[in-house]
Design a protein around this ligand. Structure first.
Ligand code: SAH
Length: 365
């Protein structure tokens, strides 16, 4: 496919002709968030008709289990009379809807919460408004965390961090080179430029020649901002994404189009771009301002630890045979070791005075 196959592709060619090759994080940021042609700006990518499906879209049980976790945190926080329930990148608002419905079991929690949706995409904000307005809970929308006045907080981010832009560096015989997007015969092409004065993390020194190291400056920024909030006011954050627990070299950037892997330079603005979350670095960013981080769990450990199977069997009691099979299948998809159960990780960060909410065990030092 030629670079000018999409409106964003044509813009990118012009930008590269004028400014030279783009760093990967700029390319990824424009592909996902360009104000007119960005992937998230222009569409709702979720579900069978879109490009990928997320856990809340698989089953209401996901949001219900997160509700149990949030209600537990509410009790640990001393049942504050007002609490911000912040979600970063809430997609269609499905998780918040399922969570809020389940929270009817704890009326003082429900009465305390204000939903704060951090979302840049106008298309998804519209979808969220539709879902959230009927819930009977106050809700506001924001572009960034810094915009939300400090208050006791529960924060959730599901498949948010994997969409934040990455930079990639390749270890060469003569030093580090940065991967960039340039042009070859007016087509987008990956290239390498010598990396000037770049500060790579300590673990990068383990890379062998030819290996790629991925860093995500935006995740460090968001992680530090969450940490500051938790240090200034009591609260907890739950970050859920696919990725690895310890930092290591490897190129994980991929494109997805209609549930299939695609080339990262094809269809700019019309394919999803995503890369594994490095939970090691994210934990460091959360801790940098003094927040505590609990030992991360797999999604399987978290969901089974808080009763996913029990919830499935309770729902199955009043279900038809077909519905019961769907519930069983949903439990498998969410928690099965070969499905999302092991690939997805859950990381919790808490205010310094708190202890780790179950099923998290101890803090990570
Ligand atoms: N959490 C949802 C959606 C995941 S898709 C779910 O699990 O179904 C990623 C979400 O993050 C989308 O809502 C997207 O618009 C949003 N997003 C991506 N980058 C963002 C940014 N920099 N700021 C705010 N929202 C962002």
């Amino acid at each position: 496919m030629t670079a000018d196959a999409t409106p964003l592709g044509r813009d990118l060619v012009r930008i590269i002709e004028a400014e030279g090759p783009l760093r990967l994080d700029r390319y990824m940021g424009l592909c996902l968030g360009h104000p007119r042609h960005g992937y998230y700006t222009t569409r709702d990518p979720l579900g069978a008709a879109g490009d990928f499906t997320t856990a809340p879209e698989i089953s209401q049980m996901f949001g219900e289990i997160i509700a149990i976790w949030c209600m537990q945190c509410f009790a640990l926080l001393g049942r504050p009379s007002a609490l911000d329930l912040i979600e970063l990148g809430p997609g269609r608002g499905t998780l918040l809807a399922d969570l809020t419905r389940a929270a009817r079991a704890m009326p003082d929690f429900l009465a305390a919460i204000t939903l704060r949706l951090v979302e840049t995409s106008p298309a998804l904000r519209a979808a969220q408004r539709k879902t959230v307005t009927s819930l009977g809970v106050p809700a506001t929308w924001h572009e960034s965390l810094e915009e939300i006045r400090p208050a006791p907080t529960l924060l959730i981010a599901n498949e948010f961090f994997d969409a934040l832009p990455v930079r990639q560096f390749q270890k060469m015989a003569e030093g580090w080179a940065e991967r960039v997007v340039g042009l070859k015969n007016r087509k987008l092409a990956l290239g390498l430029v010598p990396a000037a004065r770049v500060e790579l993390p300590v673990w990068a020194s383990a890379a062998a020649e030819g290996e790629v190291v991925e860093i995500r400056p935006a995740a460090d920024h968001w992680g530090a901002a969450i940490g500051v909030r938790l240090v200034n006011h009591p609260g907890a954050a739950l970050i859920i994404d696919y990725g690895h627990l310890s930092s290591a070299p490897g190129d994980t950037l991929q494109a997805l189009h209609r549930h299939r892997p695609a080339a990262i330079l094809d269809r700019p603005g019309e394919s999803d771009l995503t890369a594994h979350v490095d939970f090691g670095s994210l934990g460091d960013a959360l801790r940098v301002n003094g927040a505590k981080v609990c030992c991360p769990l797999t999604q399987r450990e978290f969901l089974l630890g808080l009763g996913l199977e029990l919830r499935g069997s309770i729902l199955a009691r009043n279900a038809t045979m077909a519905q019961a099979q769907d519930l069983e299948r949903a439990v498998q998809r969410l928690a099965g070791p070969g499905e999302m159960g092991h690939l997805f990780k859950m990381l919790a960060a808490i205010s310094p005075g708190l202890s780790c909410p179950l099923p998290f065990g101890a803090t990570k030092t």
